[in-house]
Design a protein around this ligand. Structure first.
Ligand code: ATP
Ligand code: MG
Length: 672
């Protein structure tokens, strides 16, 4: 039986042998063509020396990037003033800028008719294109309307809208007049919405009459009506029109489209300080009560723009297809702010991966000629179940880069994404980051064009990011080829500044566990070559008879079993082993087999591929797993079910489908 680290190394070496992209002919890049501001950096000749420079000369690197990439009203006096141990994070102080000007006006000067947004509406083939000029007009009208209706600099506006141009204009209108926004995913219940409105103390909410998703109408305005009943701060609700159907309008409701038309298309942008709040955003709630993380103006925008360009090799003229909802940080950074700051064309996806059929994504790729596609492992696993024919039917030759985010991507899903979706020719970038980090921190790119990409590994830190791994005693692991708690050793501009109304919780969660470092809460392995692999959330690490193992690793093996669609693994108290392994598995559609046989097969596979101790003690077959609305598995709920603590299931406001939990509770009581 191999110790944990060796086992991981063995599995990674196996993967390395099957290296997907040739390492033999590594091309060197012209560094100035790659990143113009790097021209002034001493000793920087390629991307890897640029990476070293960005970490050891962090202030110089970020100052040059900030000057080059952002348009300032007044340039900054200091690059950074940070003390991670006290939760003090300030970048580009003294600088003044406006984020909406950076995302719109400057591109309108150079290319007003360029398409900024492609709104991929629910019904395939009904997309709407919005140019930079049009988006600026919408944003200005909306900004003027908000101002006229009393929204001021420093207020916080809650936006409860599906991905649509009006939602983007709402975010940018807030930025234009200096208000913060709080986008709440438009799939949340009235209760979850009201909790977030109350926490953000919003007096203004922006919504649409109805949403349309997967061929169904979603009563968004009704949900807002219900939510604001318990939100005494709310004074006005702006209602945009998505469908023809009228909705009841109360005295506080304002018909957004009509009122906007009365406004001017010129709206004076507010000169914002670099450290003024741009938005708050609640986390997915996978591990506990969602936190309202605060991001500020300059640092966030710079980081979103730079990561968008370099992680995805985004070129001017490309069509960027991030299918995340704008209610999540991925939608903020890679549907809205990153692409627009770069003057790009970005897709707003309103539908679902299986509407009207499981070919939806790829039909969209063909029709919109998408060059970069960015999605979540949960959707990839779902589509994989339906078979290759749904992909192969469509022309995907425009695709250049495929991205994955949100959870570890298991090997089977990675390979399918790479070989079937990307025809084996598009790099797959597994991007690790969090709501807290503002943008991607670890991903295979940027790297030299032909550098290797290892399946299921996030691999390389982004510019300015210095990851470290802590051992269980809290010491920095000095050598590579080790696992530990993933921390980041120095601040970067995109990181969150605080938790709204609760700086103490921010300090306790991220700064105190390892003073002087940003603590991510995730575990990682660093290979001999210095590549990182995320092993899952530290809460999800199981300690079986003294062997520590990440749930992601066991799930990866379980998922490789041909009949399994997806799985979730948790640890439970075990008298002898300390913790035992409990697996929940969803079988592929149409699999007609005996659970008992599959159970044994899964246990044997884990024993063989990892170790006997990692083999599940129990396997429960379920129809679906409990997931957050953003598609992440909520293992904490499964743990409580197995412990029999049904009273202690915790905050379920972000749970996608409560019936999944009921089914599992019932199945579990029958099993045990
Ligand atoms: P909460 O913090 O409320 O529990 P959450 O952590 O799911 O919710 P997000 O900020 O949306 O909220 O997700 C960030 C987390 O998602 C990361 O900390 C990590 O656990 C996981 N994650 C994101 N990308 C990856 C990836 N590429 N590989 C592995 N895990 C990832
Ligand atoms: Mg988190």
């Amino acid at each position: 039986m191999l110790p944990c680290a060796e086992r991981v190394v063995a599995s990674i070496s196996r993967r390395l042998f099957r290296s997907y992209l040739s390492v033999s002919s590594r091309r060197r890049c012209n560094i100035t063509a790659f990143m113009p501001e790097a021209a002034g950096f001493d000793g920087v000749s390629d991307r890897s020396t640029l990476q070293d420079f960005s970490v050891s000369n962090s202030e110089k690197f970020w100052a040059a990037a900030a000057r080059h990439r952002l348009s300032w009203i007044r340039t900054f006096d200091a690059v950074r003033d940070c003390d991670l141990s006290r939760g003090k994070i300030k970048w580009f102080e003294g600088g003044k800028l406006n984020v909406s000007v950076n995302c719109l006006d400057r591109h309108v000067h150079t290319c007003p008719d360029k398409v900024a947004l492609i709104w991929e509406r629910d019904e395939p083939g009904s997309e709407v294109k919005v140019t930079y000029r049009e988006l600026l007009d919408m944003t200005c009208r909306l900004g003027n309307l908000l101002r006229r209706r009393g929204v001021k600099r420093g207020d916080c506006v809650t936006i409860y809208m599906p991905p649509c141009p009006m939602a983007v204009a709402s975010m940018l209108a807030c930025a234009r007049i200096g208000a913060a926004h709080n986008v709440v995913f438009a799939g949340f219940s009235a209760e979850a919405l009201s909790e977030r409105i109350r926490d953000a103390q919003s007096s203004t909410v922006i919504t649409v009459n109805q949403g349309v998703r997967g061929g169904k109408l979603v009563e968004l305005k009704k949900t807002v009506d219900e939510a604001v009943q318990s939100c005494p701060t709310v004074q006005q609700v702006f209602v945009a029109t998505r469908t023809e159907n009228p909705v009841l309008m109360a005295a506080r409701d304002v018909a957004l489209d009509e009122e906007m038309l009365k406004e001017d298309v010129v709206c004076e942008p507010e000169a914002m300080d670099s450290e003024d709040v741009l938005f708050l955003l609640y986390t997915s709630g996978s591990t506990g009560k969602p936190k309202g993380l605060v991001h500020t103006q300059a640092g966030y925008l710079l980081y979103a723009a730079l990561t968008h360009r370099y992680v995805f090799s985004y070129q001017d003229g490309d069509v960027f297809g991030c299918v995340a909802d704008i209610g999540w940080i991925t939608g903020h950074s890679y549907t809205v702010y990153g692409p627009l700051a770069n003057g790009g064309t970005t897709v707003l996806f309103e539908s679902t991966p299986i509407y009207p059929d499981p070919g939806r994504y790829w039909e969209m790729v063909q029709r919109l000629k998408i060059n970069q596609f960015y999605g979540a492992p949960t959707a990839i696993r779902l589509l994989l179940k339906y078979g290759d024919q749904w992909v192969r039917k469509y022309d995907r030759s425009t695709l250049k880069t495929l991205g994955s985010v949100g959870e570890p991507i298991n090997t089977e899903a990675w390979e399918w994404y790479h070989t079937v979706v990307g025809d084996g020719r598009c790099p797959v970038v597994d991007t690790w980051w969090q709501t807290e980090t503002g943008g991607i921190c670890i991903s295979p790119k940027p790297s030299d064009p032909d550098a290797e990409i290892i399946p299921g590994m996030a691999m390389r830190p982004f510019f300015g990011i210095k990851p470290v791994l802590m051992d269980t005693e809290g010491n920095v692991q000095s050598s590579s080829d080790t696992s530990g708690a993933l921390c980041i050793a120095q601040p970067w501009p995109g990181m969150a500044r605080t938790i709204h109304n609760n700086h103490q919780r921010f300090i306790e969660t991220y700064c105190q566990p390892h003073p002087g470092y940003f603590f991510t809460g995730d575990g990682a392995y660093c290979s001999k070559e210095g590549y990182y692999q995320i092993t899952g959330r530290l809460d999800d690490v199981i300690n079986v008879s003294g062997h520590r193992i990440g749930t992601a690793e066991i799930e990866d093996v379980v998922n490789q079993c041909p009949v399994v669609a997806e799985s979730a693994v948790i640890g439970y108290a075990h008298d002898i082993k300390g913790e035992g392994v409990f697996a929940f598995a969803v079988l592929k559609q149409g699999v007609d087999t005996q659970y008992g046989d599959v159970s044994q097969q899964l246990k044997d596979t884990v024993s063989k591929k990892i170790a006997k101790y990692a083999s599940p003690d129990h396997i429960q077959f379920v129809k679906r797993l409990p997931k957050t609305r953003s598609g992440k598995i909520m293992r904490r709920v499964l743990r409580k079910i197995v412990e029999g603590d049904l009273e202690g299931l915790g905050d379920l406001s972000t749970l996608d489908d409560p019936t999944a939990v009921q089914e599992i509770i019932q199945g579990n009581s029958e099993l045990c």
